[in-house]
Write a protein that binds this ligand. Structure first.
Ligand code: 4AZ
Length: 225
């Protein structure tokens, strides 16, 4: 998270870390046993290699709750090259809810252009940093209209219907390690950190729109609970 502040897990109770030995991503707890994250965070990885941490600002710290993953679903139309439909569902080995960890609802409607939203995670806090954050950070950024998102990325990356943009250019953005984490609007999960061209650069961050992928996620939960 670039241009934000140290937060507290008490302010981001739905936020979890999805980790392997070598990689860090964010995620959000949607049901006591289900996490939503980015597909590219789990693509071609073994479910046994994941650990999911929650309930502590300083993850992997003494009070963090940790779970393993026993089922992974990647949206079948996810494309690793274009990052279209960048979403995955993770089932945990047991419920994760507790004092500092709660579920968040999935938004049914897109966020209006220019509305202020909150993004959070343990990703890089400067574009040239080499290590991710020890404590959770958050930042408020404006949502972009679809037209401004498409126009910003013209000739650079095709913006599909699953993608939305948010950022304050050159100042406030998500970054490496924040992928898979939450973009929250009015207390609901509205989008998932997906990708960018650099961080706090001349281009906004790109997110997977939750209203677009919500029914798929809920169907997976129903089928595998
Ligand atoms: C990443 O690599 C990443 N500025 C996530 C978000 C953004 C850039 C990179 C958006 O996880």
């Amino acid at each position: 998270i670039i241009g934000g502040q140290v937060s507290s897990i008490k302010q981001e109770k739905y936020l979890v870390q999805v980790t392997t030995a070598t990689e860090l991503c964010g995620g959000s707890l949607i049901k006591p046993r289900w996490v939503i994250t980015a597909a590219h965070c789990v693509y071609k990885k073994n479910k046994a290699d994941f650990k999911v941490y929650g309930g502590a600002s300083n993850q992997a710290g003494p009070h963090a709750i940790v779970r393993q993953v026993d089922y992974v679903a990647i949206r079948p139309d996810f494309n690793i090259k274009t990052l279209n439909m960048d979403v995955a569902a993770l089932r945990l080995t047991s419920n994760m809810t507790g004092a500092n960890i709660e579920t968040i609802g999935l938004a049914t409607q897109p966020v209006p252009a220019r509305a202020l939203v909150k993004i959070s995670g343990w990703g890089l806090t400067t574009a040239d940093a080499t290590t991710t954050a020890t404590r959770v950070h958050s930042v408020i950024v404006p949502m972009w209209s679809r037209a401004s998102c498409v126009s910003a990325f013209r000739g650079v990356h095709r913006i599909t219907r699953s993608m939305v943009c948010a950022a304050k250019l050159y100042q406030r953005d998500s970054c490496d390690g924040d992928s898979g984490g939450p973009l929250v609007y009015r207390g609901q999960l509205a989008a998932i950190v997906s990708y960018g061209y650099g961080c706090a650069s001349s281009l906004p961050g790109v997110y997977t729109s939750v209203p677009v992928i919500r029914e798929w996620f809920l169907r997976i939960v129903k089928q595998h609970s």
